[in-house]
Design a protein around this ligand. Sequence first.
Ligand SMILES: [Fe+2]
Length: 227
Amino acid sequence: MTDASRSARFNGSSSVWLFLLLTVSLICCSEEGESNVELDRASAEALLFEWTKSPGLRAHARAVEAALCAYAKKYGEDEALWGVTGLLHDMDYEKHPSPEEHPETGCAVLREAGYPEEMIQAILGHAQYLNVPRETRLAQALFAVDELVGLITAVALVNPAKDIRQVKPRSIRKKWKDKNFAKGVNRADVELGASELGVPLEEHVAFTLEAMQGAAEDLGLDGSRSG
Ligand SMILES: [Fe+2]
C-alpha cells in the first residue's frame, strides 16, 4: 500500500467516525429536549401574523426583536434565538389577553411546535404574575426591554416628524418622569429588568433606543407616518 492510498483510507475512516460522532451528538441533543424547529425569522413572522393582526402589536413584537437582537450581538449570544423570542413573546396576546391565558397559551403552541425551552421559559418569565424565575440572560433581557420599547415608541410618535431617529435619550428621560405620559408603561418593571440584566438604567434606555433606531423603517417610525 502506498503512502497516498494509506492516507486516503485513513481519511475515509476518519470521515466515517466524524459522521458517526455527529449523528450521536444530534441524537443526544434531541434526547435532552433541544429544539427541533428551525429558528428562521420568516417562519416566526408567519406564526406571529397568524395569531396577531393588530399593526400595533406586530410593531411591538418587531421592536422587542430589534432590541433583543442588539443585546444578543452585544453579549455574543444566539441572535436567531433572541430575535425569534422577541417576535413571538406576545403572539397569543391579541386572542388571549387575560393573565389566566397569556402567555401560557402561546407557550403551549410554541412548545408543541418544537421551539426551544430556553425561549419558552423566557416568555413565561416576562409575565411577572407567573413568578417564573428569569434565570437566563435571554429571560432577563426580554423582561428589561418589553415595557421600555412601548415608552420609546410613544416618545417617537409625539416627535413632530414621527421619526425615531430624531429621538434623543434625554427625551426618553423627560417622558420617563412624566407619569401621565404613556401611563400603561410600567417604569418599575423596566428598572427591575435593567438591574437584573446588570445594565445601568440610562445605558439600557440609550442602548434600546439605538437598537430601535436601527429598525426605524421596519417599525414604521421612520417619518413615513407624519403629515
Ligand atoms: Fe411584550
